[in-house]
Design a binder for this molecule. Structure first.
Ligand code: GTP
Ligand code: SPV
Ligand code: MN
Length: 593
């Protein structure tokens, strides 16, 4: 047992519900020792020291990257695993046709069997965490029990961890129970299971990201979406940002793009020179919890406290605020390690290093065939490092949302931007979203699939009822957000992106905000309202000619015929649960086309 850890940890909590659950888990997993994490600085230092001692982390160059560490996950454990992810409800219909379902009784038995004795000779960490700002009626407590030091250190960055969570919990029994066991990382024993009726998650056999940091996708999306439907709020795979105009007017928007489709980049965007005086503030980069406020508007909080961001492609041009955020107190996972103890990835500002170790720890040179960093390599950075962190990110009331934006990664068919005619049309746009698959989940990359509201892998219940919930939310708001659809990823005949993206997305954002405030023109089309050339700020972008703009916004009837047939496949799959409004919206679209 590590001496480094001998002096840390809280006294066991006094909350009887928490105490008895921890005792139950300890009796099952039989750890050598239990550490109750308090979130303090001393604890943090001891945990990092132990992680380095055990070879879980490598300490990076502390002069160049103070407080930064490096981790390699098992090469078979580098992404979310949708095939091994289950929603375990008493009735199968509650999980719905788009989720893997398992009978909760037998599944629990199987998981408890795998967990039995699995922490022998190891430490069981109790990680209490608060999702959302302290004092917010939207915030929730979770507790993760894990035998992974890497998970503890990531949770510490991603959520408000330790005492603050126990204080928020008090003597309540209302907290998410998350049990995480590494086992031996054999993919055959990898299961990410959700028991929404018990507000519980059991995850075994993976140490990576969304599979193992149970506050993130498991609690804050799958379980929270279930709770939100019952309690009249929404848990969405959305970034939240605030745009400040030169005269100080602030507008907040939330946007749902599927995994690895640009949320972190959009949330941290720096407006180009043309937009002197404009500022974009980040509230959150991955998850939004939203509820109508007393003012009749939809209010959003970011339940997280850090960014688990995609490393490849991140550089000073694409995302300068991310580059600043990862200069200290950051954990890098599955990137390349340079001889000077710094890190590198494909699309980094620095040229490829003459030699380094790749994400598997093998020697790598620019001549190597393999990539140096895994395409789903990530940084875990505290949001307080972001120079453009919105002060409102800590506001217990959340921020009022004026626009909701849906978007996917589509090489063709879908225009750069259009606006829904009204709320139910907007829900239809979200429900029919498609996007190319990415390295964020195990499996083939680059295949267009339906990913409604970017929630296909994250909706904790029946997708048809989820659409119903979206439609019903309209009645709870006096001033619902306007809904838009964007596509940064359209390509020309040579496969080159038609749109420069990143900071230039400010032009699209500006049109969206001006539409919300009744200041921008648009033209009605079959898909929705679209900006005309004269409605769109094109100054300072010489490549953006009227012809190029036309190409970006084009609607090709043959492509749309195919698109509607693909949308029908999802609708047919969930037909018996599909709200009628969405079928009507589909009919109206066909009629307009
Ligand atoms: P998750 O963390 O997986 O939920 O992903 P995310 O939605 O936050 O995606 P992220 O912002 O990390 O972007 C993923 C990839 O898309 C990166 O490789 C980016 O470089 C690329 N990307 C982001 N924004 C744009 C854009 O505007 N244009 C283009 N062409 N690529 C972009
Ligand atoms: C995603 O895949 O959407 C992520 C990364 O944000 S993970 O936390 O691994 O789910
Ligand atoms: Mn995500």
């Amino acid at each position: 047992m590590s001496q480094t850890l001998s002096s840390i940890g809280l006294q066991p909590a006094t909350n009887p519900h928490l105490l008895s659950w921890v005792q139950e888990c300890a009796a099952l997993t039989q750890p050598e020792r239990i550490i109750w994490c308090d979130g303090s600085q001393e604890e943090c230092e001891a945990l990092y020291a132990a992680a380095v001692e055990q070879g879980v982390l490598i300490r990076l160059n502390q002069e160049k990257l103070p407080g930064c560490y490096y981790h390699r996950s098992h090469p078979s454990d580098v992404a979310r695993v949708e095939q091994c992810t289950y929603i375990c409800t008493s009735a199968e219909v509650d999980a719905g046709p788009t989720n893997n379902w398992a009978d909760p009784g037998p599944m629990r038995e199987k998981l408890l069997g795998l967990a039995r004795g699995s922490m022998r000779g190891r430490i069981l960490y109790v990680v209490p965490y608060l999702m959302g700002p302290p004092g917010s009626p939207l915030s929730r407590v979770g507790v993760e029990i894990t035998d992974s030091l890497y998970v503890v250190l990531n949770m510490r960055i991603m959520a408000r961890m330790g005492r603050v969570a126990l204080e928020a919990l008090g003597d309540s029994n209302d907290f998410n129970r998350g049990l995480h066991c590494l086992l031996n990382l054999d993919p055959a024993n990898r299961f990410i299971c959700h028991f929404p009726e018990r507000n519980e998650v059991i995850s075994v056999g993976s140490g990576y990201g969304g599979n193992a940091l149970l506050g993130k996708k498991c609690f804050a999306l799958r379980i929270a979406s279930w709770l939100g439907r019952q309690e009249g709020w929404m848990a969405e795979h959305m970034l939240i940002l605030g745009v400040e105009s030169p005269d100080g007017e602030k507008t907040f928007v939330a946007a749902a793009f599927p995994s690895q489709c640009g949320k972190t980049n959009f949330a941290m965007m720096v407006p180009p020179a043309r937009f002197a005086g404009w500022k974009v503030w980040t509230v959150g980069d991955d998850i939004a919890w939203m509820k109508p406020g007393p003012d009749g508007r939809l209010h959003a909080i970011n339940p997280e406290a850090g960014y688990f961001g995609v490393a490849p492609g991140t550089n000073a041009r694409t995302n300068p605020n991310a580059m600043r955020s990862i200069q200290r107190d950051t954990i890098f996972t599955n990137v390349a390690l340079k001889p000077d103890g710094t890190v590198w990835w494909e699309g980094h500002d620095d040229p490829p290093p003459a030699e380094c170790l790749d994400w598997k720890g093998q020697p790598w040179t620019p001549g190597s065939k393999e990539k140096a960093a895994h395409p789903n390599s990530r940084f875990t950075a505290p949001m307080r490092n972001n120079p453009m962190l919105a002060p409102e990110a800590e506001d217990p009331r959340g921020v009022p949302i004026d626009a909701l934006i849906f978007g996917g990664r589509r090489p063709n068919t879908v225009p750069l931007v259009f606006q829904a005619f009204h709320w139910s049309h907007g829900v239809f746009l979200g429900a029919t979203m498609g996007s190319e698959t990415t390295a964020a989940a195990a499996g083939a990359v680059g295949q267009v699939r339906r990913d409604p509201m970017a929630m296909l892998p994250f909706c904790g219940y029946n997708m048809g009822r989820y659409f119903r919930h979206w439609l019903d939310m309209r009645k709870r708001m006096k001033y619902p957000p306007r809904i838009f659809h964007v596509n940064w990823f359209r390509r020309d005949g040579n496969g080159t992106f038609l749109w420069p993206g990143y900071g230039e997305n400010m032009r699209v954002l500006r049109w969206i905000i001006d539409r919300c405030r009744g200041r921008a023109g648009a033209c009605e089309t079959a898909l929705g309202w679209v900006p005309r050339w004269e409605d769109f700020d094109t100054a300072g972008l010489p490549d953006l000619t009227p012809a190029r703009f036309e190409e970006l916004q084009a609607m090709n009837p043959d492509e749309w015929r195919r698109e509607i047939l693909q949308q029908d496949e999802l609708f047919m799959n969930i037909y018996q649960f599909l709200p009628k409004e969405l079928i009507f919206q589909r009919e109206l679209l066909v009629a307009r086309l």
